[in-house]
Design a protein around this ligand. Structure first.
Ligand code: SAH
Ligand code: SF4
Ligand code: F3S
Length: 473
């Protein structure tokens, strides 16, 4: 595997630290997009904190403002340009450094717009140059240069960056980067590069370290987690098998064996890569949550074909049935796009039908958004906005009714919950999540934070459940 040598970057961390010594500096970071971006932001924070910056939640107070961007849907663009405009005055008044990174910076037309309309931005970096932030920052501070550090490569693996995690009980661990699927609506393969996996040893050592630090829950991250190491196996790219890990299924089994970790989640798998060995590993591994995110996108075989999803409605439903047979009590969440080009009323009804059949725990619903450079954007039969919104609302109503119905089934049950902290709305109450990722609120002492408790569910509300700690635990 092609690992990047980051020795030079680590030296630049020391150089910037020296420039910043004896100063109290603050950074503000805004992360848009998915959990992969959140995980990248934890690495950016890790580097910044080593360079003497402390995190602030107030953009106005920051000496360095960093936006980690997403471009999967259009609305993020307006949000970014709004924020960059907002920070201009602050820069003029106190010289705040502005850095922008992430997926949107891999889009040429966006970088062009930034250069033209927001020339005061100090640093722009892409998804392949995140580790270069210390060097970019050094140049911005010492040489007062405007840095544009974006490359378009097929993807390398970066190990060994410092990390400052947002949570002390739950941790995300990226196991692979990039995507080779090229779904016709999606920009991700263009901005994140080709699929490549981390070495098993690096992942397992990271998780063992997290377990030692007291982390209880691990989420394995990637755009296509269940094809972990597939490209490497197919293209005979060398990797070192470690503790028997040479696939996603064996990785799940190895993580399940790590002492101290109590819960394992993963996101996002692709339905086409759910091989039997993965399904069996989920069944056999007691720590792996029996809540599977299984992105549907559309329930119409015709639309799925044009989306390039590589499965039909029937194959999807078949997979759900196979999983239900093999894994006791398995439940599902999904992603759905409404209003893809050419979607007819019948196609949309197919989507509603799949939703009715599978009864998802949660559905993440998106209105189709045209992305420059994708095949979907070039299709002529775009759906009018009004129609997209109408369909979206119909789907939303169905999903909300189903969630309300599903919540009823929790009443009286005992659920395992990892206590995450006090409730935001009521400090006297504790909050945590069930295996199926439902928020549960209950009374209890703060010492319980970070432990796993058994909760009896006593009432249900749309987006959370209320419970009582079971006697005897
Ligand atoms: N790799 C993951 C998810 C990537 S993006 C997967 O395949 O599931 C997260 C979700 O955003 C996708 O599942 C999809 O539902 C949605 N999405 C992606 N591109 C979109 C677009 N152009 N318009 C609307 N939603 C989109
Ligand atoms: Fe996008 Fe499809 Fe890749 Fe997911 S699998 S990131 S939706 S191209
Ligand atoms: Fe967005 Fe990039 Fe994730 S485009 S969804 S932040 S991979």
């Amino acid at each position: 595997m092609q690992k990047v040598d980051i020795k030079e970057e680590l030296q630049y961390i020391e150089k910037v630290k020296e420039i910043n010594q004896n100063r109290t500096l603050q950074y503000y970071i805004l992360t848009m997009g998915c959990q992969l971006n959140e995980n990248d932001s934890e690495k950016l924070s890790g580097m910044l904190e080593k360079m003497n910056y402390q995190k602030t939640e107030e953009m106005k107070e920051a000496d360095l403002v960093l936006f980690n961007t997403c471009c999967v849907r259009e609305n993020a663009e307006e949000k970014l340009f709004g924020k960059v405009g907002e920070v201009k005055k602050q820069k003029e008044e106190k010289g705040t450094i502005i850095a922008i990174g992430g997926c949107m910076m891999q889009e040429e037309h966006i970088v062009k717009k930034l250069k033209q309309s927001y020339p005061y931005v100090d640093i722009i970096f892409g998804t392949h140059t995140l580790h270069k932030l210390p060097k970019d920052l050094y140049k911005a501070l010492e040489e007062n240069k405007k840095i544009r550090d974006i490359i378009d490569i097929d993807g390398e693996i970066i190990e060994g960056l410092p990390i400052s995690r947002n949570d002390h009980k739950k941790a995300s661990v990226t196991i692979m980067n990039g995507c080779n699927n090229f779904c016709s609506y999606c920009i991700v393969p263009y901005v994140r590069g080709r699929e490549r996996s981390r070495e098993p040893k690096d992942i397992l050592n990271e998780i063992k370290g997290l377990a030692k630090e007291g982390y209880k829950e691990i989420t394995l991250l990637g755009q296509n987690v269940n094809s972990y190491l597939r490209v490497e196996r197919e293209k005979k790219i060398e990797f070192e098998e470690y503790e028997g890990v040479n696939s996603f299924a064996t990785l799940l089994r190895a993580v399940n064996n790590i002492e101290g970790i109590e819960r394992i989640r993963f996101i996002s798998p692709h339905p086409k890569d759910f091989t039997e060995d993965v399904i069996e590993a989920i069944r056999d591994c007691n720590k792996v949550c029996k809540l599977i995110h299984l992105p549907l996108q559309s329930g119409s075989s015709q639309v799925l074909k044009i989306m390039n999803r590589k499965y039909t409605k029937e194959q999807y439903l078949n997979l759900v049935e196979r999983m239900k047979k093999t894994i006791p009590n398995v439940v599902f969440t999904t992603d759905i796009i409404v209003g893809f080009p050419g979607e007819t009323e019948e196609d949309f009804e197919d989507t509603l039908e799949v939703v009715k059949q599978v009864k998802f725990e949660q559905v993440f619903m998106f209105i189709y958004s045209r992305r420059v450079g994708t095949p979907g954007d070039r299709m002529e039969n775009q759906i009018p906005e009004e129609m997209k919104h109408k369909r979206f609302n119909r789907l939303k109503e169905l999903v909300e009714n189903q969630i309300a119905e599903n919540n009823q089934t929790y009443l009286g049950t005992i659920q395992k919950v990892i206590v995450e902290g006090t409730s935001k709305n009521n400090e006297k109450m504790l909050t945590g999540r069930t295996d199926s990722n439902k928020v549960v609120i209950f009374e209890g002492k703060e010492e319980l934070i970070g432990t796993m408790v058994q909760i009896k569910i006593v009432s249900e509300h749309m987006w959370y459940l209320k419970g009582k700690i079971e006697k005897g635990c």
